[in-house]
Design a binder for this molecule. Sequence first.
Ligand SMILES: Nc1ncnc2c1ncn2[C@@H]1O[C@H](COP(=O)(O)OP(=O)(O)O)[C@@H](O)[C@H]1O
Ligand SMILES: N[C@@H](CCC(=O)OP(=O)(O)O)C(=O)O
Length: 375
Amino acid sequence: MSVEARHWAASAKRWVIKVGSALLTDDGRSIDEAIIKGLVAQLVELRERNCEVLLVSSGAVAAGLLRLGATERPTELHELQAAAAVGQSALLRRYEEAFAANGLMVAQILLGHDDVFARDRYLNARAALKTLLSHGVVPVINENDTVVTDEIRFGDNDTLAALVANLVDADVLVLLTDQDGLFDADPRTHPQAKLIQHARADDPSLDAVAGTGGALGRGGMMTKLRAARLAARSGTETVILSGREVKPLSRLATGEPLGTWLESGSAPENARRQWLASLVTFRGVIEIDDGAVKVLKTSGRSLLPVGVRSVSGEFSRGDVLLCRDQQGREVARGLSNYSAEEVGQIKGLSSKKIAEILGYGGEPELIHRDNLVLL
Ligand SMILES: Nc1ncnc2c1ncn2[C@@H]1O[C@H](COP(=O)(O)OP(=O)(O)O)[C@@H](O)[C@H]1O
Ligand SMILES: N[C@@H](CCC(=O)OP(=O)(O)O)C(=O)O
């Protein structure tokens, strides 16, 4: 096997797999049942290897247009949104049937901009996805096309898939498309173009080769490259693969050098910490006791309300908190699971008391260790 082998794929546990419209709808001709069945069979195989899988599937608009008998893609937003609504249910039914035939359950998740960028919703989306995975369910994700407005839409599912990879700290993001990977020029117009097997996602020379997409897909390779760069923030490796290959996911999972590997270049832990560290504006400050400082520093644990002595500032769930020790030294920073008012009520108390005091249960941690960076 060449030096380009994707050895890391054999130990990758959490996979986000994105499948594009061009592939799923056979370039707009029909929903390609064979592609769906083949894809599901490979996801089932990944599950049998004890991997967790999240599927980001495009194709709602294309499937809806087919169902509505449109001969060409309309330009009006509301026509596209109506098509997405019709197509999404058709698409999900296909997935539901194909996974059920293999004894697996799916969950439909339609995400919008705020679910990923507003930090309270970000925490909710993250917790819901992780809970679904813990139940062995396969989340099937798409953009909430029917209600998004132009200004806030992701627009292409490559970006959405990368943001999902960031949300769940995926090990690998696979972008399945109708080409073998990223070529040094668009192979549709340059038949002699050569496949780039391996590059760093942040390699600036790639900008010049990644072109736009086909008639149905939205983003082309430009958005796939951008997605790889976003995914790298959570240390996620990206592979662009042809969904028309024989069992591409199963082969990738054994380390075979297929497609284009866009290397993240950073360890997951570091990437996440860098991201957290970049959230410089904090909304609240909490003083934590010596015991809490010790567990944060020595055992990398989460911060529980019991270790909090005082709280100041106006903040909501998902905002960044600065944690100081009793001498006023900055110890850590992280995303709060509770608002300022709630922290005021639960500080110094055991997590078991949270539901009793607030009248509803939430996370036992004030700041989960995944959302915490030591200073
Ligand atoms: N350098 C390149 N290498 C490969 N494909 C490219 C390149 N530049 C542009 N493309 C185009 O990107 C298309 C795939 O993107 P897109 O149409 O958005 O598909 P998908 O629906 O899978 O996201 C290819 O069919 C190809 O025409
Ligand atoms: N949310 C849209 C996705 C559009 C899109 O990103 O398409 P693609 O470039 O094929 O992944 C749909 O389901 O039609």
